[in-house]
Write a protein that binds this ligand. Structure first.
Ligand code: IPM
Ligand code: MN
Length: 359
């Protein structure tokens, strides 16, 4: 893995942009508008290079990703992704062939998903304030059930068996836990919760739990907690204020972060980072391609703008990152009627403009 080419002195970044499918290009356009404004205000430079990966390209060329894609993307300081998923392409082809492939081949072993409620009006849970919903999920992003290990036996027959294996390595688990401990240590509450299923998945989460406590000894100031994944979904709704940093495997992380997105106000505001701390990271709104809203200028671009904020933080532009998030918060609190597509009281482009003005 080549070292990151970012030099803190030059503050000049190469950013790969993959607008992708559906509403991806619309929200990415707004995100890039905000990025341009942030660059002007905070004095960094960047060059954005667009890649046409996605459903349209696949339908045209029959190729999911060109062979050179991973090598090409490794030359960048960060990747900004809109959405992957096309109504005319069988589910799984693009998701596995583009999104998961990039996560794996670029070894983006952390999927970082902040869950923050910006305005209580948009929380589906009664009486929860922004201070109650402010946590981060650290999802392992390179192993587990996503590894794709398994087989069919007697496929199509009455005695068919389908086996899908969760693959967890000590190395993969440990580097994920370390990232989570480091993150928890930097936060005010310094609490890390392992979300697992030690009562049933007695191989996988035995490894996770042992490693959690072993690594945890190196972070004595971080308080260690544990919850089963089923109980975690209950606490997300009942007492989300209990969480600070949550670390979990790939599959559980996928599931609980959709719930997390809902309690923070919906897919319109939820962003995530696929992070390789030693390599190239990729930032995306987590809502998907939303074919229903494509081309209508009604989708909420704020998740994509939040992804820009995360991208800036990863590049080390923390002042700009923070300011972009603050601008989003002020637009959410002072302007929007809703975070849902078509109900914001503004168009996609207008919401982008509001963020730029708030900067
Ligand atoms: C996500 C998505 C992906 C995942 C899909 C599209 C493969 O749901 O980023 O959470 O399962 O990781
Ligand atoms: Mn998901």
């Amino acid at each position: 893995m080549p070292a990151k080419t970012v030099s803190p002195k030059t503050r000049s970044y190469k950013i790969a942009v993959i607008p992708g499918d559906g509403t991806g290009p619309e929200v990415v356009r707004e995100g890039l508008k905000v990025l341009a404004a942030a660059a002007g205000k905070y004095g960094f430079k960047y060059a954005a290079t667009s890649f046409d990966f996605g459903g349209d390209r696949y339908l045209r060329t029959k190729e999911v990703l060109p062979k050179s894609a991973v090598k090409d993307l490794q030359k960048f300081d960060a990747i900004y992704l809109g959405a992957i998923g096309h109504p005319e392409v069988k589910p799984g082809i693009l998701e596995k062939g583009i999104l998961l492939r990039l996560r794996f081949d670029l070894d983006q072993y952390i999927n970082l998903r902040p869950v923050r409620l910006y305005d209580e009006r948009f929380c589906p849970i009664k009486n929860k304030k922004p201070a109650d919903i402010d946590f981060v999920v650290v999802r392992e992003n390179s192993e587990g059930l996503y590894k794709g290990l398994g087989e069919f036996r007697n496929k199509g027959k009455k005695n068919e068996v389908a086996i899908q294996i969760s693959h967890n390595t000590r190395k993969g688990v440990e580097r994920c836990l370390r990232y989570a401990f480091e993150l928890a240590q930097k936060r005010k509450r310094k609490q890390l919760t392992l979300c697992g299923k030690t009562n049933v998945l007695t191989y996988a989460f035995d490894l996770w739990e042992r490693t959690f406590h072993e690594v945890g000894k190196e972070y004595p100031d971080v308080k260690r907690e544990y919850t089963h994944v089923d109980a975690t979904t209950m606490w997300f709704v009942k007492n989300p204020e209990w969480f600070d940093v949550i670390v979990t495997d790939n599959m559980f992380g996928d599931i609980i972060t959709d719930l997390g997105a809902m309690i923070q106000g919906g897919m319109g505001i939820a962003a995530g980072g696929n992070i390789n701390p030693e390599g190239v990271s990729m930032f995306e709104p987590i809502g998907g391609s939303a074919p229903k809203y494509t081309g209508k200028n009604v989708i909420n671009p704020l998740a994509a703008v939040c992804a820009v904020s995360m991208l800036l933080a990863q590049l080390g532009e923390s002042a700009a990152a923070q300011k972009v998030e603050e601008a989003v918060i002020s637009v959410v609190r002072n302007k929007l009627k809703s975070l849902a597509a078509g109900q914001m009281g503004y168009s996609t482009q207008e919401v982008g403009d509001l963020v730029v003005n708030a900067l």
